[in-house]
Design a protein around this ligand. Structure first.
Ligand SMILES: [Zn+2]
Ligand SMILES: [Zn+2]
Length: 155
């Protein structure tokens, strides 16, 4: 059973993430500046896993004093505190993910969207312990590379 969320996030889902984010910031003692909130809001409402420059371009009109460096530092701060995770889908610019549930990624090599998907079978990796040579696995995320349905119909 595969569930692909390939549409805009619902208002309720975004609100849920924002609510959890505010709560975590309070617990961590992180002040909620307008910049931090705006950066998180982009991530919470966009499941295509935007990068720092993309986030910067989107919120800069509303926050004229914002610098790209602040966006990078803020994303690093969020990552350090486990509020977002970093996605290395293309090996160049890091992309960021506000979805903290266990999930995997469909990576479109044409439009470079990264789409979340869940598959119960993938939660158990068919890797034998003897093949890991003592390595202790903490988590895993699988990236499937391909062409998304939008890009297939655009071709
Ligand atoms: Zn695509
Ligand atoms: Zn994701």
């Amino acid at each position: 059973m595969t569930f692909i969320r390939d549409m805009d996030m619902t208002r309720a889902a975004i609100d849920h993430r924002l609510h959890a984010f505010r709560g975590r910031c309070g617990e961590l003692g992180l002040s909620l500046t307008p910049q931090r909130l705006a950066i998180y809001q982009v991530l919470a409402s966009d499941d295509s896993h935007p990068g720092a420059e993309d986030i910067y371009r989107r919120i800069k009109p509303d926050l004229p004093s914002l610098s790209l460096g602040t966006v990078y530092r803020t994303l690093e701060l969020f990552e350090e505190h486990g509020l977002v995770s970093r996605v290395h889908a293309f090996g160049d610019q890091a992309r960021f993910d506000a979805n903290l549930d266990s999930h995997h990624h469909l990576v479109c090599i044409r439009c470079r969207r990264v789409i979340d998907f869940q598959d119960a079978q993938l939660e158990r990796l068919p890797v034998k312990p003897e093949g890991l040579n003592g390595f202790r696995v903490l988590t895993h995320r699988i990236h499937l590379l391909g062409v998304c349905h939008r890009c297939q119909t655009d071709a």
